[in-house]
Unconditional design. Structure first.
Length: 406
């Protein structure tokens, strides 16, 4: 653990920009997946002073992240993610490192040195391993094509001398050993953010490289446009229920044609690389690897109190079939929104949840109280008894026992 661990805000402010960085850029021509070749080789090291400087900074960032209390430390899951990176990482397969950060946002970020930060909110949104491989393949594509260096040089060319000096001072903090402070400053000045605000062209290249890598690894390349389509739909669903414009990072999605074009490009590219045998989805394997984390990530998502996005997401995940867990969190989403009539909707979801064998114990508790409110006393009491049987040492078990006794 470092002295000043990364906070969630720093992560979001400083690093969480890779996936949506290209949304603001004007649309360009599609890049055919077959036209790209990785420019890094196994064990790649920086070649010139510019790149060496960039690597030096990011080695420190990696140290900081590796010690962050935001990391999810699960060796089995880490091995699983590493295994996918090994399959879709091309020449960088052995050099890629993935850190899983506990941040309920849909994002991932690739450093120029070969480490990747994947947010827990991204894992929650993946329906199978092929979709996850697509995201990892896209991020690996930025590394394989040395995009960070290109973006960095591009920024230096465009940024005014004054701004650049200010940023260099921020970077300088790192070199003096007060690195955590330097990182705060970096995040605040938006230096890292500017670095990875990739152009539309670089995003298109990473898409093309990613779709090629996953198809060559045997994954269904159609998984990539699915993820993009779902991100657009979720953003729209969130805005529709909030009755306002989509949130910050994705604010351009609603009005700008680029995301839709990017999705269309990905669909064309996916068809181009779809070969015999590239059909693997790995859904069961993915869900097994995610294990109990899925519930924790759903819990995080529901607590964001963004019912439009959450309800969209639950239905999206349920396109592979509803289960007790998804129905329970559907109920929780309605309950937390708490508008007129939401209690009834929540009650319906809890009732649906307990019909599945995987319903969490809490679904029985909520179902029980809902039945009691409806005056269905015996059924309600039976549901609460079921809750106590499933979770005898729950923090509220005593209270539930009391209400059963009364
Ligand atoms: Zn990207």
């Amino acid at each position: 653990m470092s002295d000043l661990p990364l906070t969630r805000r720093m992560m979001l402010g400083g690093l969480g920009c890779a996936c949506c960085g290209g949304l603001a850029a004007p649309a360009g021509a599609r890049i055919p997946p077959g036209s790209l070749r990785p420019v890094v080789t196994p064990g790649y090291r920086p070649v010139d002073a510019d790149e060496q400087g960039l690597w030096q900074q990011y080695r420190r960032v990696e140290e900081e992240i590796a010690g962050s209390n935001l990391l999810i430390r699960d060796d089995a899951l880490a091995r699983y993610l590493g295994g996918i990176a090994g399959r879709v990482g091309g020449p960088a397969a052995k050099d890629l490192r993935i850190y899983l950060a506990h941040v309920p946002e849909f994002n991932a970020f690739m450093a120029p040195t070969g480490f990747m930060v994947v947010f827990s909110g991204l894992l929650l949104r993946m329906r199978d391993e092929a979709q996850l491989a697509g995201v990892i393949g896209h991020e690996a594509g930025h590394f394989l094509l040395r995009h960070q260096l290109r973006a960095w040089r591009d920024m230096k060319r465009k940024t005014s001398a004054l701004t650049f000096l200010g940023m260099a001072a921020g970077l300088g903090y790192g070199a003096t050993g007060i690195y955590a402070g330097g990182l705060v400053q970096l995040a605040q000045t938006g230096a890292i953010l500017s670095l990875f605000a990739y152009s539309r062209e670089l995003e298109a290249e990473a898409d093309a490289m990613g779709v090629k890598q996953i198809a060559e690894a045997g994954y269904d390349p159609a998984a990539m446009p699915e993820t993009w389509q779902s991100l657009i739909a979720e953003t729209e669903a969130s805005a529709a229920m909030r009755r306002k414009r989509p949130r910050r990072g994705y604010s351009l999605l609603a009005t700008h044609p680029a995301p839709a074009e990017r999705m269309a490009d990905l669909r064309l590219s996916a068809r181009e690389v779809a070969g015999a045998g590239s059909t693997e989805r790995g859904r069961d394997r993915y869900l097994a690897a995610l294990g109990e984390h899925r519930r924790a990530f759903l819990d995080d998502q529901v607590k964001l109190n963004d019912p439009g996005a959450t309800l969209y997401l639950l239905r999206y995940l349920a396109s592979d079939g509803w289960n007790g867990l998804l129905r329970f969190y559907e109920g929780e989403t309605w309950r937390l929104r708490g508008e007129a009539g939401d209690n009834l909707l929540a009650g319906r979801s809890y009732a649906a949840a307990v019909a599945y064998p995987d319903a969490p114990a809490e679904a029985w508790r909520q179902h029980g109280y809902q039945l009691l409110r409806e005056g269905r006393r015996d059924e309600g009491r039976a549901a609460l008894r079921r809750y106590l049987a499933l979770a005898p040492s729950a923090p509220d078990a005593a209270i539930v026992r009391q209400s059963l006794a009364s």
